[in-house]
Design a protein around this ligand. Structure first.
Ligand SMILES: C[S@@+](CC[C@H](N)C(=O)[O-])C[C@H]1O[C@@H](n2cnc3c(N)ncnc32)[C@H](O)[C@@H]1O
Length: 260
């Protein structure tokens, strides 16, 4: 019988654990050398990853039929949204053809082909110009997770302004991202939490990091460019989101956004 599990199909393709552990040059945000390692790896690396995405899903307006996702990666948030909102159409943007290809395999396998449109594009490019971009407008919600923190602060603000402009009345924007810890002591506390989390998942951070790639700047994205939570809220306010809100926070990670 045909194996419909995309992860195991891709594993067969790479066909040896050695290949999966080979360090690759990747775009900022791809995290792992091979997309096939992302879904498990991110859950080991990031405490409460699913809970964080589930908060975004819950905060999206219930009647959403048009959702924009920025930096969709392997499609984990898209899948949760498509499952919860049967009328939703998603426009999913990512600049990585490898991540998009992996996401598409999963979306197709889940039967959501007609409700998910992928766009290979740098969202910094979209923020900067792109009046003629294929992304479109009039979205009920814009969502993003673990992607926007790769932009500089001035580009984050431009992106928030662009998102605000392309949401319809009553719409909202939710972003899940790491934020700058207030002190180095708090950054250390998060490292302890992360290590304990990895062990509770039956692995270690060293094992997870062995599967990570190395990245150079690409397009508008760079290594982590963290801003504090208050700086994010100020940027959202400047972009005219009213009110702004923080529905979830766990140590260094937060879900924040606002309404139109
Ligand atoms: C850590 S992954 C997160 C994927 C997914 N949102 C999730 O939470 O599982 C970040 C994604 O953002 C994409 N990304 C980073 N910077 C980008 C940019 N400037 N334009 C488009 N995509 C970007 C990366 O290619 C990657 O797929």
């Amino acid at each position: 019988m045909e194996n419909l599990n995309p992860e195991s199909n891709l594993r067969n393709f790479f066909d040896s654990q050695d290949l999966l552990l080979e360090k690759q040059n990747i775009f900022p945000g791809e995290v792992f050398s091979h997309p096939v390692n992302f879904d498990t790896g991110i859950r080991h690396l990031l405490p409460r990853y699913d809970e964080m995405l589930d908060v975004i899903v819950r905060c999206v307006p219930k009647n959403s039929d048009r959702i924009l996702e920025l930096g969709c990666g392997t499609g984990e948030l898209s899948l949760k949204l498509l499952h919860k909102y049967p009328n939703a159409q998603i426009v999913a943007v990512d600049y990585s053809p490898r991540m998009l290809e992996f996401a598409k395999t999963k979306i197709d396998a889940a039967g959501y082909t007609n409700r998910w449109t992928e766009i290979e594009m740098d969202f910094g490019e979209w923020a900067n110009n792109a009046d003629l971009s294929p992304i479109g407008d009039g979205f009920n919600a814009c969502v993003s997770s673990l992607a926007i923190h790769h932009l500089s602060d001035s580009m984050k603000l431009k992106l928030f302004q662009k998102i605000r402009k392309n949401l319809s009345y009553g719409g909202c924007f939710w972003n899940a991202d790491p934020v700058l810890p207030a002190t180095t002591g708090l950054a250390e506390v998060f490292k302890e939490i992360q290590q304990e989390w990895a062990i509770s998942q039956g692995t270690t951070l060293a094992e997870v990091r062995a599967k990570m790639g190395t990245s150079n700047p690409h397009g508008y994205s760079n290594q982590d460019q963290l801003a504090s939570l208050s700086a994010h809220l100020e940027m959202l306010t400047t972009a005219n989101f009213i009110p702004v809100a923080v529905p979830w926070k766990y140590y260094k990670y937060a879900v924040f956004g606002g309404f139109v």
